[in-house]
Design a protein around this ligand. Structure first.
Ligand code: ADP
Ligand code: MG
Length: 245
């Protein structure tokens, strides 16, 4: 690969008790790359995301972020978590804080920014996700699509090296999916490194540099989107695509 690696997983194995949930995973994500992860439910996509910011531990193998092994604990781990932005299916905003406070809080607590500086940065990011006029509202006053865009702004406020998205549009009403995907498309165009678990194949085709297809805890295919969608090599991928396309 021509680009510098940002995330490297080598021979990663993880078990939940007897369940071998990640099996010999080798995966590299280069700086500025957008990698879309797809695969059947239960194939280990969420677990993969969670191992990258060490919400989950692994039993063997190595994970490096920007050349460094993931820290085990303490300040270094908190630092890592802030450098790996995560956006989940559920928006997880603080219900009793305004939109602005939601985006500013981590900047003050984790990044040590002054409140004014944090608020300034929050307003820039809210502008970027199209929510400049909603800063004073509470999450419950926003639509699902707007809440998810706040969650994206909040993660970006920590100046992450990479953004992980785990089915960010799966909980949204259909008419709100595009407004979130458009923000993600723009991020991709701006050069953000992204790992995106999604069933939105239009997004995969237009924004991804690579598609990683997982099944039963393994990376079965890892290819350019146009190759993957037109000529899936594995029976598993053909079967999966025939069900969703
Ligand atoms: P996906 O995101 O592809 O649907 P997951 O990574 O969520 O898959 O789950 C992979 C497998 O691991 C599934 O069989 C799931 O039931 C199991 N699993 C996920 N989290 C846990 C957990 N905390 N404890 C035990 N099993 C789990
Ligand atoms: Mg999942």
């Amino acid at each position: 690969m021509a680009v510098d690696p940002l995330i490297e997983l080598r021979d990663v194995n993880k078990y939940y008790g007897e369940l071998h949930v990640l099996q010999d995973i080798d995966l590299t994500v280069g700086k500025g790359e957008v990698v879309v992860v797809i695969g059947p439910s239960g194939s280990g996509k969420s677990t993969l995301c969670r191992t990258i910011n060490r919400l989950e531990t692994i039993q063997s193998g190595q994970i490096r972020l920007d050349g460094q092994p993931l820290p085990e604990e303490g300040k270094a781990l908190a630092q890592l978590r802030s450098e790996v932005g995560m956006v989940f299916q559920s928006f997880n905003l603080f219900a009793h804080k305004t939109v602005l406070q939601n985006v500013s809080l981590g900047q003050v607590k984790v990044r040590g920014r002054k409140k004014d500086e944090a608020d300034q940065r929050s307003r820039e990011l809210l502008e970027r996700v199209g929510l400049a006029s909603q800063a004073a509202k509470y999450p419950a006053q926003l639509s699902g699509g707007q809440q998810q865009r706040v969650a994206i702004a909040r993660a970006l406020a920590m100046d992450p090296k990479v953004m992980l998205f785990d089915e960010p549009t799966s909980a949204l009403d259909p008419e709100m999916i595009n407004e979130v995907l458009e923000v993600m498309q723009q991020l991709a165009r701006d050069g953000m490194t992204m790992v995106v678990v999604t069933h939105e194949m239009g997004f995969a085709r237009s924004a991804a540099n690579r598609v990683v297809f997982m099944a039963d805890g393994r990376v079965v295919e890892d290819r350019a989107p146009e190759d993957f969608f037109t000529h899936p090599e594995s029976e598993r991928a053909r079967d999966f695509l025939s069900k969703i396309l």
